[in-house]
Design a protein around this ligand. Structure first.
Ligand code: NAP
Length: 308
């Protein structure tokens, strides 16, 4: 089967860390172009704007959109309108409405749209889903606490409206729990802490329940120095489950039961090739919907200014 001719838009941190090595290792794709105002990839034809790239290289089959979420819709609209398959970095957009519009456009154009959620492909996520399906869940506690200065230095967009603040990592936890919990959950209350000089929250405390009243409590905080936490703990009839380190390790009653090498982005590109070849789309907006719910229902608290 011929390789899918792929272009990347928004060459920055995640492209260099994850997309480039995953694409290079996947024979389903051939990276043929980039469009980025400053970033380029050695040996690949580069453009500074997506319009210019799409006009100059009609042979492009698909594009991966890796710029900050506030700028994703315009690029996705142009790529889909030109008949290209589209891979959206997470979060898939700045609003729910724009993602719905892209989904509709992809359908009209007969191309694939992929709203990627890399954390869903963390090594132990499927094992956790299987375990939870086999028992009765009593409660769930999500602890996603990291040091923003370490992970997001000088990323101004992340603090601007639409950048999501602490929900930028927090949505990864939401992408896992919406995948592994057997029943849908709903937000019942939330507190969002906004630094007085920023438009996006630095911390969020979220309470959900499902239709049977099973509580799910999520704590997101960007002020964590020292040990970082990306853990999901569930108390169940079959014992305590801990899905730790961003979904990579599963323990039941303190005993490690599953771990495997990290392969989130290689798995995303495998999935993208699969849906392109099958003529399907994969757009689950549940994680983004919970973030929108938190902004709708959450109490706002202003906290000390954050200086990078
Ligand atoms: P980034 O490096 O700050 O941004 C990516 C690139 O987007 C930049 O290098 C820039 O390239 C372009 N860009 C920045 N501002 C723009 C604007 N106003 N208009 C158009 N393009 C702009 O961010 P990142 O960390 O790679 O994150 C990008 C996306 O990937 C985010 O949605 C993030 O949530 C997701 N992600 C990030 C990570 C991570 O560890 N960093 C992990 C998973 C997912 P040019 O200046 O060359 O245009």
């Amino acid at each position: 089967m011929p390789a899918i001719k792929l272009a990347i838009v928004g060459v920055g941190k995640i492209v260099r860390d994850q997309h480039l090595p995953s694409i290079a290792a996947n024979s389903d794709f051939e990276l043929v172009a980039t469009a980025s105002r400053h970033g380029t990839v050695e040996g690949v034809r580069s453009f500074t704007a997506i319009d210019e790239m799409l006009a100059a290289m009609p042979e492009i089959d698909a594009v991966s959109l890796c710029m900050p979420p506030q700028y994703r819709y315009d690029a996705a609209y142009k790529a889909l309108s030109a008949g290209k398959h589209v891979f959206l970095e997470k979060p898939p957009g700045a609003t729910l409405s724009e993602v719905a519009d892209l989904e509709k456009l992809a359908k009209e154009k007969g191309v694939s749209l992929f709203a990627s959620w890399h954390s869903r492909y963390a090594a132990a996520v499927e094992a956790a889903k299987e375990f939870l399906a086999s028992t009765t869940i009593k409660n769930v506690h999500v602890i996603w606490k990291e040091d923003v200065r370490h992970w997001h230095p000088n990323q101004d967009w992340i603090w601007q409206a639409g950048g999501l603040g602490v929900f930028d990592p927090g949505i990864n936890a939401l992408s896992i729990i919406t995948h592994i919990l057997p029943k849908a959950i709903f937000l019942t209350s939330a507190t969002l802490e906004f630094p007085e000089n920023r438009d996006a929250p630095i911390a969020a405390d979220l309470h959900f329940k499902n239709a049977e009243g099973v509580p799910v409590h999520a704590e997101f905080d960007w002020r964590q120095t020292g040990k970082q936490s990306w853990d999901i703990i569930a108390e169940t009839a079959a014992g305590n489950m801990e899905l730790a380190e961003g979904g990579s390790k599963l323990s039941i009653n303190g005993k490690l039961t599953f771990e495997a090498p990290e392969a989130e982005y290689p798995s995303l590109y495998k999935r993208f090739a699969e849906i392109v070849r099958a003529g399907q789309s994969d757009v689950d907006i549940a994680p983004l919907r919970h973030v929108a719910d938190a902004f709708m229902l959450g109490r706002r608290k202003f906290v000390e200014a954050f200086i990078d």
